[in-house]
Design a protein around this ligand. Structure first.
Ligand SMILES: Cc1ncc(COP(=O)(O)O)c(C=O)c1O
Length: 373
């Protein structure tokens, strides 16, 4: 039986988990990809690598990204990272000083808050509605502050699953040029779209040296790889390749890059991506159908078109953190909305994830939740 399936009925079904089930990790294909690399008898992937990441590997990654995005993405615009979290941390090191102001969406991915707090940044939240970040609120804040950057999750945002509307994207790019701030675009879920059009990486849509897109293999392949990429103008990437951490250690993770290159070359990454889209589409549908069936009167939510999450609004006087204790007694857990707000707001929201459990367990989790609501 699949990990995270109904085998766990008597335990907690944790709808707060934002990672893939073990059964969705491509173990068998990874073994074959590793064997391909080891049998080549070329130890180069065990060497300190080139700062940007190995040229041949970046070419193969660029071809893969171009194919799945139906848009030309060139290797000169790619820098290999240890995943989005590490890329963001490095961007903070390069582009900010202590107590600098940065803007984030409100709500936003909670561990990004932790990264920004490690760098002692002054974080200002800009509200998100069903079209993404609100431009009027951003303009208001730009009259008061000069942010070093705006951190944003344009496709299938964590936690709301909202995507940035095209007209807002254009306004955002204009504002970034006018007020001279970077846009750090977190695209962890960009390739995980289930209905509606594909949303291209922001760096592909902007001829701007101020836009940096962060991609990752964590959600489309396996989080344990700790591998991702930055897509940006080559002149911006020079900041990253000249960072002390990179100069001293060489390219980030040539070993894993060698393996994932073989994984892509063998066609496994494309195959796996298509498989995941099918799986997650069904799970998203199961979770939203269960919410409709069991919690319709007490919740408001939008069906996700991609990503991992459903952002659920509870009745206005409901405190999700208080609810959590009772929910866990009933055998279900979730992420309370307040964790995604740097101001301690959004108390009557919860984030439910459909990435970890199969349809049966998701439905049972929501049924349990309805008992507490
Ligand atoms: C929006 C967002 N960004 C970044 C990450 C982490 O990415 P990585 O594993 O590439 O560091 C996550 C993981 O949940 C996420 O949801």
């Amino acid at each position: 039986m699949e990990s995270g399936s109904l085998k766990t009925t008597h335990n907690i079904i944790d709808l707060g988990l934002g990672h893939p089930s073990l059964s969705l990790l491509p173990l068998h294909e990874m073994e074959k990809a590793m064997n391909r690399v080891l049998h080549r008898k070329n130890p180069e992937f065990l060497q300190y690598g080139r700062a940007l990441g190995d040229d041949a590997s970046r070419l193969i990654l660029a071809r893969f990204l171009s194919e799945v995005n139906e848009e030309c993405i060139t290797p000169e615009g790619l820098f290999i990272t240890n995943g989005i979290s590490q890329g963001l941390d490095l961007a903070c090191t390069l582009f900010t000083g202590r107590h600098d102001t940065i803007f984030v969406e409100e709500p936003t991915y909670f561990y990004a808050h932790t990264i920004f707090s490690d760098h002692h940044l002054n974080v200002i939240g800009i509200p998100v509605d069903d079209q993404g970040i609100t431009i009027e609120a951003l303009e208001d804040m730009l009259r008061v502050y000069s942010p070093a950057f705006l951190y944003i999750i344009p496709p299938f945002q964590n936690p709301t699953s909202v995507s940035l509307a095209p007209d807002r994207r254009e306004k955002l790019l204009t504002l970034s040029k006018k007020h001279d701030f970077y846009i750090l675009s977190d695209e962890a879920y960009q390739l995980l779209h289930y209905s509606g059009p594909l949303i291209l990486p922001l760096a592909s849509m902007a001829e701007s040296e101020k836009v940096i897109s962060f991609g990752s293999f964590s959600k489309i392949c396996a989080p344990g790889l700790r591998l991702g990429w930055i897509q940006a103008h080559p002149s911006v990437l020079r900041n990253f390749t000249h960072a002390g951490y990179v100069v001293s250690s060489g390219g980030l993770n040539p070993f894993t890059l060698g393996i994932i290159t073989s994984f892509i070359e063998a066609g496994y990454q494309k195959e796996h991506l298509l498989y995941l889209r099918e799986k997650y589409k069904k799970r998203a549908y199961a979770l939203s159908s269960a919410l409709q069936k069991y919690c319709k009167e007490k919740t408001t939510f939008t069906e996700p078109r991609g990503g991992f999450f459903i952002w659920v609004e509870l009745e206005s006087d409901c405190d999700a953190e208080e609810l959590l204790e009772r929910a866990e007694e009933k055998g279900v857990s979730f992420q309370p909305g307040v964790r995604f707000s740097h101001r301690g707001k959004l108390k009557n929201y919860v984030r439910l994830s459909f990435s970890y459990y199969d349809e049966e367990a998701l439905t049972e989790g929501v049924r349990r939740l309805s008992e507490v609501l």
